[in-house]
Design a protein around this ligand. Sequence first.
Ligand code: SAH
Ligand code: SF4
Length: 363
Amino acid sequence: MRKPISSQTPSTLRSWLSSKEEREYRADQILHWVQRNHAANWSEMTNLTESLQSKLSGEFEFSTIKLICKQGSADTTQKFLWKLRDGQLVESVLIPASQSLYGNQSDRHTLCVSTQVGCAYGCKFCASGLNGFKRDLEPSEIIDQVLATERWHKNQTGATERIINNLVVMGMGEPLANYDKLMVALEILNADWGANIGARKITISTSGLVPEIRRLAQHSRQYRLAISLHGATDEVRDHIMPVNKKYPLGELTAAIEEYQQTKTGKITLEYVLIAQLNDSLDQAKALAKLAKRLRAKVNLIPYNHVDGLQWTRPDEHIQDAFLLALIAHGAKVTLRREKGHDIDAACGQLHLRTEKELANAPG
Ligand code: SAH
Ligand code: SF4
């Protein structure tokens, strides 16, 4: 099987070039085409000889993912469903800066990427884990979500400048359960010869894998951390997130504090508001206390309905009361009510719908 070009580095390419009796400086040209210019095929790499183009196409695969469905419009959230080489489906979400909590106000965009097919962590409210865990994504499959989205944009608009300047690792899967491959991918996405996305503009979201949060604390890059909390007490968290039985809140907060000793960026506590489950004012009070202790900002997300699950989002006045209680208790908080999440629901849901449609399709 051919190797993916997107996970090659200057040194792997240089040694391949010299084994093919080609000049090593070609590595920089190739990487520029792949990572920065978003060439769509080898023949677009006009400063390479035809013979090198043909050697490259014999050895390397241009993309490990194929777009099979896109939803949404340019001024809101757009979702991309990708088919991998083995037929599995994962998704990415492109969010304009005006709607992103993580980006700055500009014409740039945030991309939310997947790291696994399915998820083993089985949070009770989440679509990603409904069909269990299938496999980890390879570094190239994570990087290709960025490159293929950029290529798609270039194709649509003719614009040559890149649009993705923020990355949130919050798509399908538990990123820290695929730690090593994710770090390889992020190194390339962060590199100045790669996609050149600043480390502080990359946010990794986790349901709370304590040993990997500690590992991340020792990692040399300043990636940002978001914790999917969804319950401010063990009682509520145990009820909806099985991971809390393994790593209860006391252990999780200790790991976060260790992370904060080595990193400067603020962490985010993600809190999905689910009706009558975690939306009481007692939870708001406990959440505010935790957020202040961790100097974290809270991101409230009204629950997106998942077909087949019984949970619903609280009415807007309950969301507002929860928000106001957090503010009254001194927490820094945002409530995200963007449209994109309504049209097609949260990460992890597009693939479910499409899998069902493919299964029901005639022939
Ligand atoms: N596994 C990681 C990252 C992927 S989930 C994690 O759990 O953090 C990304 C975010 O989407 C998490 O905060 C998750 O709890 C949230 N989420 C999952 N299902 C949702 C739904 N139906 N509505 C709103 N947010 C949801
Ligand atoms: Fe997995 Fe995150 Fe969904 Fe939990 S919320 S099942 S960890 S993807």
